[in-house]
Design a protein around this ligand. Structure first.
Ligand SMILES: *[C@@H]1O[C@H](CO)[C@@H](O)[C@H](O)[C@H]1NC(C)=O
Ligand SMILES: *[C@@H]1O[C@H](CO)[C@@H](O)[C@H](O)[C@H]1NC(C)=O
Length: 308
């Protein structure tokens, strides 16, 4: 009898320990994803919904919240407006149409105030380059206090965005989040940054780094829109052939920086730069291929009219 029980104990104790471990693992996995649970986190896309904030919403694993690292969870948008920062927006009168789209995506520090007639007023998501963070900070009350419903998604190189060995930009984001606790602030994960590079390589046949290219905020925004939106309406983006055609009236590179830089001059200079250039024109050629497979419509200028 005695030996039997000792035997039971010997069997049940490890079993109990195992169950306890398993429960702890499930409980803490989300919080210490990188350090503890790399196995289950390696392919988190396959675990449907269990990180979700809104029940039943899709989870976007490529975007993680500051500071807790929770992935972005939100409903898909039926229709998105992607509003370019280009000078093409000036005089477009697209504001009303843009505001009618379920979700409005903007980039960097592009303001709406003072340009409502052309660019609209709503901002669902703002995709922001690490280089634009200081510009947003210069106008904090406008961006972080008033635009409380906007989700900010920041991209940047790992060196600056690292959360473990806190990178410079990430440190700034932590401070911003402390100052504005209600702010919805996310960063692209390291994996997502790598994926955006890989998409560039797959689409252009060129290695992003070896070809001396920087991806533009527009690239990250279009990739996000492809995940988030059923239909994408792009405003103010020119096609890849636009700047190679003659007699294009000059427009500012950014609608909110009138008369400083001409858009096409800027695009062509970047396209030719051997190092450190944004390949705006190459990227647009890729977008036009995506538009053949997905519902993507380009307005003002309309790409359909150009037959490109
Ligand atoms: C902040 O942005 C608003 C809206 O564009 C603009 O009117 C204001 O001049 C900006 N302030 C600064 C300090 O840049
Ligand atoms: C890039 O292309 C490779 C080979 O076709 C494919 O396996 C991979 O999934 C693609 N990557 C992305 C991010 O689309």
């Amino acid at each position: 009898m005695k030996t039997l029980c000792r035997c039971c104990l010997l069997l049940t104790l490890p079993l109990l320990a195992l169950i306890a471990c398993y429960l702890l693992y499930i409980l803490f996995c989300q919080h210490f994803c990188a350090q503890l649970c790399w196995l289950s986190c390696q392919y988190p896309e396959e675990q449907d919904g269990h990180f979700s904030t809104v029940p039943g919403s899709p989870i976007f694993q490529g975007y993680s919240r500051v500071p807790d690292g929770k992935p972005l969870g939100r409903a898909l948008c039926h229709q998105c407006a992607v509003v370019s920062s280009s000078g093409q927006m000036l005089g477009s009168h697209m504001g009303k149409e843009i505001d009618q789209r379920e979700c409005v995506l903007r980039m960097n520090q592009a303001p709406t105030q003072g340009y409502e007639e052309d660019v609209g007023t709503r901002s669902t998501i703002r995709v922001v380059s690490h280089t634009s963070i200081p510009l947003l900070l210069r106008n904090q009350s406008y961006f972080f206090k008033e635009s409380r419903n906007t989700v900010y998604i920041v991209w940047g190189p790992m060196k600056l965005m690292n959360r473990e060995v806190v990178g410079m930009t990430y440190r700034t984001l932590l401070k911003v989040k402390e100052m504005y606790p209600g702010l919805k602030l996310y960063t692209l994960t390291e994996r997502m940054m790598a994926r955006c590079d890989e998409i560039f390589q797959n689409e252009t046949g060129k290695n992003r780094m070896k070809s001396g290219s920087f991806l533009s905020t527009g690239w990250f925004t279009m990739i996000l829109a492809m995940e988030l939106c059923e239909q994408i309406f792009v405003y103010g983006m020119v096609s890849d052939s636009y700047c190679r055609e003659k007699d294009r009236p000059p427009v500012p590179y950014h609608y909110f920086e009138k008369g400083i830089l001409d858009e096409c001059r800027m695009y062509l200079a970047h396209e030719r730069a051997p190092r450190g250039g944004h390949r705006f024109i190459t990227e647009k050629a890729v977008f036009s291929r995506w538009a053949k497979r997905r519902h993507i419509i380009f307005n003002h200028p309309s790409w359909a009219e150009e037959g490109s």
